[in-house]
Design a protein around this ligand. Structure first.
Ligand SMILES: Nc1ncnc2c1ncn2[C@@H]1O[C@H](COP(=O)(O)OP(=O)(O)OP(=O)(O)O)[C@@H](O)[C@H]1O
Length: 304
């Protein structure tokens, strides 16, 4: 496996194994079957861990956003004058190096929390795992098709909740007969109809919490090899959060891997046994949730 280049691949476990075998060949521990990996914090290459099945391998990933037209002074008279004088026709491109050499491996049946202060790169790494952002350098390997569930995930605001449930399920590849079968369950889980027939109203009439609940309910209706959740739990009320946490546990038992990005440390503690702490695009800590969240809370306390 090459760990450089602007590439992202979806591979099966066998491909992941083959890919990582090359990387770990020089002295890193491998399993007998060679099918699983371990990552140690700050380590540059993913390493195999015995007896586990890898579902996501993030290998020295760098993500750089390029912002076009972000040159200083753009739009102002002085900016225009300086462009005229310097004869520059195109405005400057600015780069934000959001993720800087992140390496880790996630396994089947794991729920992994992603924490860190604002702008630390959590959502960016999630989008890279989902295949929505190409790495500037490094590779992401995944088992199956990862599904990203974010509070901003696209829903058709002018369509009713009902239509969005059907479209969302079809978009996840569910056959129409199964959508009809699961429809009631999804609406019940979301609790949208608890205070009236809201499901027949356009999504634009929903509060952000209601919309997030419906999104979660649609995504959670299907088993995913890799489910990526960005803050969805933070917006629901306490009862819905408990229900979502239970569902996340079930999804993990159905053989998937769940990633949860959240500023709600209680949700992270209750849902994930492993947590990765990112700061300024770099992994600061990766380990058991209790240890990592304790260290993060101490860091945030000190920062105040
Ligand atoms: N579309 C974008 N274009 C340019 N820069 C971006 C874009 N999205 C994010 N960034 C930058 O990348 C960095 C990481 O952002 P990201 O959203 O991944 O952080 P985060 O840890 O999820 O933050 P938060 O906790 O506030 O949601 C930040 O510096 C941010 O300004």
């Amino acid at each position: 496996m090459s760990s450089s280049g602007r590439r992202r691949r979806n591979t099966d476990v066998a491909d992941v194994t083959n890919a990582t075998e090359t990387v770990v060949a020089d002295g890193a521990p491998t399993t007998e079957s060679g099918t699983s990996l371990v990552t140690e914090p700050g380590q540059a290459t993913p390493v195999l861990e015995p007896g586990k099945v890898p579902t996501v391998v993030v290998d020295d990933v760098h993500i750089v956003y390029k912002i076009h037209g972000a040159g200083s002074g753009k739009g102002s008279a002085t900016g225009a004058l300086s462009r005229l004088v310097s004869r520059k026709t195109s405005p400057t491109i600015r780069e934000v190096h959001a993720v800087k050499g992140v390496t880790f491996v996630a396994y089947k049946g794991e729920a992994v929390g992603l924490i860190g202060s604002n702008g630390s790169g959590k959502s960016t790494i999630l989008r890279a795992i989902a295949g929505l952002l190409p790495p500037e350098k490094g590779c992401v390997y995944t088992q199956g098709q990862p599904s990203l569930l974010g509070v901003n995930a696209a829903m058709m605001n002018d369509l009713t909740g009902e239509k969005n449930v059907v479209l969302g399920c079809l978009a996840m590849g569910m056959p129409y007969a199964e959508v009809r079968e699961r429809y009631e369950g999804i609406v019940d889980f979301s609790g949208i109809n608890e205070r009236g027939d809201f499901i027949s109203l356009p999504m634009r009439t929903y509060s952000s919490g209601m919309a997030a609940r419906l999104r979660f309910s649609i995504a959670a209706a299907k088993s995913h090899d890799v489910l990526l959740i960005d803050e969805a739990l933070a917006t629901g009320d306490a009862r819905f959060q408990r229900r979502s946490e239970d569902r996340i546990r079930e999804l993990r038992e159905e053989a998937g891997t769940v990633f949860l990005v959240s500023h709600n440390n209680t949700a992270i503690r209750d849902t994930c046994e492993r947590t990765i702490w990112l700061e300024s695009g770099i992994i600061r800590m990766d380990g058991p949730t209790e240890e990592v969240v304790d260290a993060y809370e101490e860091y945030m306390g000190k920062k105040k």
